[in-house]
Design a binder for this molecule. Structure first.
Ligand code: ZN
Length: 133
């Protein structure tokens, strides 16, 4: 793993959250993207080498809606940038980590992604992401 690529934050009201984060980070949101397969709307901010991803549910079946119902809004996941996601998935599985996806899927911001279950990571949802080429 090379660096923290972004931190994901679950929000209920995207418009309000964007405005708060624009003020907080003193930078404009550079991308708003809906990921239909995940039932989420995302908004991205760049800060140095890292990013903040705001996530809003687009319907009640969204994993973000379920997360907020269970744990409340706020920090949702930490995403690590990896060079080769397939290799990383195999490596982590071999070490006993529980992968939510056994093979990478398309995520927002031009990424291939896979999540690790928080049960195997001391309570934090971890995302692996690799730039799609
Ligand atoms: Zn993410």
């Amino acid at each position: 793993m090379r660096k923290i690529e972004h931190i994901g934050i679950a929000v209920e009201n995207m418009e309000e959250a964007i405005s708060i984060y624009e003020n907080l980070l003193n930078t404009k949101c550079y991308k708003i993207e809906e990921v239909k397969s995940e039932n989420v709307k995302t908004a991205f901010f760049k800060i140095g080498d890292s990013k903040i991803e705001l996530l809003e549910a687009t319907n009640p079946d969204s994993p973000i809606a379920k997360f907020i119902a269970k744990r409340g809004k706020g920090m949702h996941h930490v995403a690590f940038d990896v060079e080769d996601i397939e290799t990383e998935i195999k490596r982590l599985e071999g070490l006993g980590f529980q992968l939510i996806q056994k093979s990478p899927k398309n995520g927002a911001d031009n990424k291939l992604i896979a999540f690790l279950h928080p049960k195997s990571t001391v309570g934090t949802l971890i995302e692996l992401c690799q730039e799609r080429v």
